[in-house]
Design a protein around this ligand. Structure first.
Ligand SMILES: Nc1ncnc2c1ncn2[C@@H]1O[C@H](COP(=O)(O)OP(=O)(O)OP(=O)(O)O)[C@@H](O)[C@H]1O
Ligand SMILES: [Mg+2]
Length: 616
């Protein structure tokens, strides 16, 4: 445990150093590309914006007229003129609000459309990544990019597009109106704008840095949640009474998240306060300057001053809104960078341009290993260790080979190389006579059935879990597969039968039942080649018999690579390969190997002794 805690701390220290937004070349172009499919809507939005902008310039000017021509034209109010002006104002507001609804619809579809396509592309890219990527990366961290980073961008995008558009309209309209009313007074209102722009930029950069750290911390939180709150995680924590430690771990990261969030929200508040103060004192300054102008002979009416301050007051929130959006955009650039970083991941295993489907000839089902060496790709700064060395063997179509040997010898690894879940580092793996690197991986995977050492089940019914192997399978086929895997009777005994929900990862099923579901899936898929990485060693001899029968059903008439922990299960194999530290040290049939008196004979003797010691 100590070692694990240590390494977790190292990881979090590394995280701190890395909390820099990843550098993404062509950032601007890529953002534009995201909006490309929506260019029609964007153009329409801009047209609407301009129309609304044109409309919103009018009311303040009408206010001026209402005062100067309607209310106080000199010699009593001019009611007919006033009614006209007020009617005009009402009409303009109604029309501009209706256009506003249309605008909101457009911007909402654009913002959410971009988010949806990002989410979709990210998921697709992750689906294409090789198995090794997922063994190197914590699930929670991956989930966080999809949930928190895309979610964060979504917030900004959907709020931003509409508020940028709406606020820009108001701000432009207000400035135009102000200049039309009195350019002298308008100048006062804009002197500070360049300074605002500079300060805004700096605050934005600071925020983007904090945002990167916040997202890192969110992904850590997500990883902790995912690890600790899964069935296995809870079981582990309870078994080793580590709940308090887990809670503390979460609390520490949560505190950090809290601090970062507060920092992120607070950064820029001073700036906003400054802007507010400026905007609040402008009307007062306007009165003063008007007085000065008037006493210098410049003609300014009371209507102009009232209209001017009204416009200026209406400018406050949109202007603040725009500044906020500018900040949010800078913050979201950090999130975009994290999303692009994942979108740019290159799968290590891809089809070659000239890859072919698995040839359907008499060789279909032949598996050949030719001087295969393999090392798991090490992480950055880690050295790759050789796991397999010079492994050569051939399984003819329909024949069976069994892999036995001590734990960690590389048996599962050999199983991974057949469907090209990893690429051999040296030598070649051939399938149906073709190097697997020249085959289309989808076609290769479709030809191989895999029963892995651990069975993965979805939180769904048994029927749905089985049907995953063959989406169009009839209930009849499903029942037949379950029967073949020795599972049908067991399922029938469950109160809900095939509609029993298996629970998260199948925790409601026993180990042997889960394994038989995996086998039934292979029976449904009905591939010419099967790789069976069984874990019967975990079962008592009764269940082992049941699972073994199921495995026999899975291998009948198929090329079989069986990884066995119980030697009793391999006696019938056409060839047994004894693996030790990544090398094939012995090969032959059960009897030949016993006679040889080597590692196999030793393992067999050990297991026999164990079985005799077991009180049956
Ligand atoms: N994803 C991985 N990254 C790095 N090393 C790995 C990875 N998976 C397995 N190894 C290492 O490769 C070696 C062989 O593992 P493998 O799973 O093939 O053993 P095995 O023979 O199936 O053992 P067992 O009988 O316990 O299932 C082990 O030393 C293991 O630590
Ligand atoms: Mg294994």
């Amino acid at each position: 445990m100590q070692a694990i805690r240590g390494s977790r701390q190292d990881a979090s220290a590394m995280r701190e150093q890395n909390a820099k937004a990843p550098r993404i070349p062509d950032f601007g172009r890529r953002i534009r590309e995201l909006f490309h499919p929506y260019r029609g809507r964007l153009a329409l939005t801009i047209v609407l914006v301009l129309v609304t902008a044109g409309l919103t310039v009018a009311p303040p000017l009408l206010t001026q007229e209402a005062f100067d021509q309607g209310l106080f034209p000199g010699g009593g109010p001019n009611l007919p003129r006033l009614a006209e002006i007020v009617g005009g104002m009402v009409l303009i507001w109604v029309v501009s609000q209706v256009l506003g609804v249309g605008q909101t619809y457009l911007t909402a579809t654009i913002g959410n459309g971009v988010t949806a396509s990002l989410r979709q592309r990210l998921f697709t890219r992750l689906q294409q990544m090789e198995l090794g990527f997922f063994t190197r990366t914590r699930t929670g961290v991956i989930q966080s990019r999809l949930a928190n980073d895309v979610g964060g961008v979504a917030n900004v995008l959907s709020n931003t597009v509409s508020s940028v558009v709406g606020n820009t309209v108001t701000v432009i309209a207000a400035f135009v109106a102000m200049f039309l009313l009195s350019w002298q007074l308008a100048l006062i209102a804009i002197v500070l704008l360049p300074i605002l722009a500079v300060v805004q930029r700096r605050v934005g950069q600071r925020r983007a840095r904090i945002a990167t750290q916040t997202q890192e911390s969110l992904s850590e939180l997500s990883a902790i949640t995912q690890e600790a709150l899964s069935v296995s995680g809870i079981l582990l924590a309870k078994a080793f009474t580590q709940q308090r430690h887990e809670t503390e771990r979460y609390a520490a990261e949560s505190r950090k998240q809290l601090q970062l969030q507060v920092r992120q929200e607070m950064s820029g508040q001073g700036f906003f306060a400054m802007v507010q103060i400026f905007l609040l004192i402008v009307p007062a300054v306007v009165y003063l300057v008007s007085g000065v102008l008037l006493s210098n002979g410049v003609a300014i009416t009371a209507g102009t001053i009232v209209a001017f301050t009204t416009v200026q007051a209406r400018l406050t929130w949109p202007l603040m809104g725009l500044l906020r959006v500018a900040l949010d955009l800078q913050t979201s650039s950090a999130l975009f960078a994290r999303i692009f970083e994942y979108l740019d991941l290159q799968p290590a295993i891809t089809d070659r341009a000239d890859a072919v489907p698995v040839p359907q000839g008499p060789a279909l089902g032949r598996v050949e290993f030719d001087g295969v060496g393999f090392a798991y790709p090490g992480g950055p700064g880690q050295e790759a260790v050789d796991i397999l060395r010079d492994v050569s063997f051939t399984v003819e179509p329909g024949a069976s080979v069994a892999l036995v040997g001590p734990s960690g010898a590389g048996k599962t690894t050999i199983g991974y190389l057949v469907p090209r879940l990893y690429d051999a580092t040296s030598g070649s793996v051939r399938f149906a006579g073709v190097d697997v690197k020249d085959l289309q991986q989808e076609s290769l995977l479709a030809t191989i059935g895999i029963v892995s050492q651990e069975t993965y089940l979805f939180h769904a019914t048994i029927r749905e879990n089985l049907r995953y192997a063959k989406p169009d399978a009839t209930d009849e086929e499903i029942r037949a597969a379950a029967a073949g895997a020795n599972l049908h009777d067991t399922i029938e005994r469950f109160p809900d039968g095939y509609d029993t929900v298996v629970g998260e990862r199948g925790y409601r099923l026993s180990g042997g039942e889960k394994q038989r579901i995996a086998i039934a899936r292979v029976l449904l898929k009905n591939p010419p080649v099967v790789v069976l990485d069984e874990a019967t060693s975990a079962l008592d001899s009764m269940s082992e018999r049941v699972v073994q029968d199921a495995l026999d059903a899975a291998s009948a008439g198929r090329t079989t690579i069986a990884i066995a922990h119980r030697l009793s299960t391999v006696v019938d194999a056409d060839e047994i390969l004894v693996l030790d530290a990544g090398r094939i040290v012995e090969r032959g049939t059960h009897l030949e190997l016993l006679r040889l008196g080597g590692l196999y004979a030793k393992l067999a003797a050990e297991q026999l002794a164990e079985e005799e010691a077991q009180p049956v």
